[in-house]
Design a protein around this ligand. Structure first.
Ligand SMILES: Cc1cc2nc3c(=O)[nH]c(=O)nc-3n(C[C@H](O)[C@H](O)[C@H](O)COP(=O)(O)OP(=O)(O)OC[C@H]3O[C@@H](n4cnc5c(N)ncnc54)[C@H](O)[C@@H]3O)c2cc1C
Length: 532
């Protein structure tokens, strides 16, 4: 192994690989270090049930692939990465046998909403079109540039006329919850429940004050879920190929335990096996803030105030995800298909939230470390749109349920005795709505609990799949702390480029792309890419 590079990047998730590729294409000698046996981080696809059934352990739904600049800049699609955007995106099925369906065709979506409320259908159409009118602006200002403050964002929107033109992005949004927004604009409880559920699966909890500010983007992206054909790991592999093709190196089983700091500057790293690597120009961490500053650097390398803030606890999501992966011999056939046959073609089906109140009660229970008694998971069948993910005539399934990381009185270890039992409860819910999903059609299943998340991906502290709470106080330039909100750190040459940073977790490529802009300024790199 060579031991000197221009740039050392810690973590080979999509952010680490993306930053690595851009820097390699800029002529830097780059190494990306990964503690697991393979690249990808949250882009993990594994045969968790039976051979030939490909399950996306984490990132199943990719929302930004058609607009994130790295997808074009790094020619990701030329590296064997293919996406489909399922035409029937998501549905909600309700206890009374009705269903609401979101299509990629706006007219069809509005027809479905109109079956519950004509007025809500019109409101949805207006908000959706309005959001699409400035989605580029939103992406440019919100996602793919180093973050501004919430105040600056409000001003910027006003200068484009949006603030005046529409209360959609008004000042009020940054104080209010998504529930408030839904109550103000919509009338039907099932329509509101669907929109609230959509926000929550995007990490934006519907009852938290301040998160209404993210709702425009969420409405604009409601029909933009993409599926990576052959499994999400294909994206990781594509990014790795781009890195390699441009002279970069990814080393797996390379567990970084130390960032070497000399006279206030990051000059290299040490691995757990004692290997030392030197960095001529920079070290970038894409892992959690706790590892980076409490474990990897000496106490006196950063101001004690910052160290104390990190030590006293960063804001993490107060909930996590419980998953059940399935190998199936049949596609689900929903009772609600007699109300709307398209339910059977929906990539994802939300099982049962009929009001925002039901969702709110579950948040309350989850925040206490308890499990919702009657789980209402969402059910995805990737094979509907990607037949390559299961053996011929068979299908994969994925149930996801909001759940606590730490079980009341027992901590995360409490999951070890609960996982199988809770998976059964989730399966019962699916069978209730789609009776053919039962012991005859389920060939095998495997639970994956919130406690399993950091066991696999160390940087997802406390099962926090967003790597930092999504809340108004942990957003934009305040994420993860005001001192660390612009990708630079108090240590010269050490940058932060993972999901701890703006915009947040998810397969957005945003943290890496934005850190790149800052690094390019500091190193005076020629910006060959198209800046937003
Ligand atoms: C259950 C679950 C479901 C999810 N579903 C979705 C979804 O549907 N859609 C979506 O967009 N997102 C989803 N996510 C979130 C998504 O997986 C993350 O937001 C994304 O992977 C973050 O990318 P990243 O590159 O910032 O970090 P990661 O992907 O976490 O990559 C960081 C890498 O750093 C490595 N690492 C950690 N410590 C060290 C060390 N000391 N030395 C070397 N390497 C180290 C890790 O092993 C990891 O590979 C989900 C997450 C979970 C847990």
């Amino acid at each position: 192994m060579r031991n000197t590079y221009d740039a050392i990047i810690i973590g080979a998730g999509h952010n680490g690989l993306t930053l690595g590729s851009y820097l390699a294409r800029s002529g830097l000698d780059v190494v990306v270090l990964e503690r697991r046996h393979e690249e990808g981080g949250g882009l993990a696809t594994e045969e968790l049930t039976l051979p030939g059934f490909l399950h996306n352990v984490h990132a199943n739904y990719h929302t930004f692939v058609d607009m994130a600049p790295p997808v074009k800049d790094l020619e990701v699609r030329s590296h064997g990465v293919t996406y489909v955007r399922p035409e029937v995106q998501m549905a909600s099925v309700y206890d009374d046998g009705t269903a609401l369906v979101i299509h990629t065709d706006l007219d069809k979506t509005c027809e479905s909403i109109a079956r519950f409320s004509e007025e809500d259908a019109q409101t949805f159409r207006r908000l959706y079109l309005e959001a699409h009118g400035y989605v580029d602006l939103l992406l440019g200002t919100l996602m793919y540039q180093p973050p501004m403050s919430v105040k600056e964002l409000t001003k910027a929107l006003a200068s484009f006329g949006i603030e005046d033109r529409s209360e959609f992005l008004g000042v009020k949004l940054r104080r209010e919850s998504i529930n408030w927004f839904l109550d103000k604009h919509f009338t039907n409880s099932k329509v509101k429940a669907h929109l609230a559920f959509h926000a929550a699966v995007c990490g934006y909890v519907n009852d938290l004050p301040g998160l209404a500010i993210g709702f425009p983007l969420l409405v604009g992206k409601i029909d933009n879920w993409h599926l990576c054909v052959g499994g999400s790991h294909r994206l990781a592999h594509g990014l790795w190929r781009d890195l390699a093709r441009n002279g970069g190196v990814m080393i797996s089983d390379a567990d970084v335990v130390r960032i070497v700091v000399d006279k206030g500057r990051a000059v290299g790293v040490r691995l757990s096996d004692g290997t030392e690597l030197s960095a001529r120009k920079l070290v970038a961490s894409t892992v959690d803030i706790e590892q980076t500053f409490l474990e990897m650097v000496d106490e006196d390398s950063i101001p004690s105030e910052l160290r104390n803030k990190i030590g006293s606890g960063l804001a993490h999501q107060k909930w996590s995800l419980f998953s059940v992966h399935l190998a199936l011999s049949e596609l689900p056939h929903y009772e609600a298909s007699s109300f709307d046959p398209d339910v059977d073609r929906a990539w994802v089906v939300n099982l049962g939230y009929g009001s925002t109140g039901e969702l709110d009660s579950d948040w309350e229970v989850i925040r206490k470390g308890l499990l919702p008694k009657f789980p209402r998971p969402n059910a995805a069948v990737n094979s509907l749109y990607d037949p390559t993910d299961a053996p011929e005539g068979c299908f994969t399934g994925l149930l996801r349920q909001f759940a606590p990381y730490s079980i009341h009185g027992e901590g995360p270890a409490g999951w070890d005795g609960l996982s199988n039992w809770y998976a059964k409860q989730c399966l019962n819910t699916w069978e209730r709505f789609a009776p053919n999903i039962n012991d005859n059609s389920i060939l095998d299943w495997a639970p994956y609990s919130p406690a399993d998340i950091p066991r696999k991906i160390k940087n997802m502290v406390d099962g926090d799949w967003m790597m930092g709470e999504v809340s108004l106080s942990n957003m934009l330039d305040q994420r993860p702390l005001p001192e660390l909100g612009q990708y630079r750190t108090p240590i010269e040459g050490l940058y932060l480029a993972g999901s701890t940073q703006h915009p947040h977790g998810f397969i957005t490529f945003g943290p890496a792309y934005n850190a790149l802009q800052v690094i390019a300024d500091d190193l005076e790199l020629d910006k060959w890419w198209n800046e937003i």
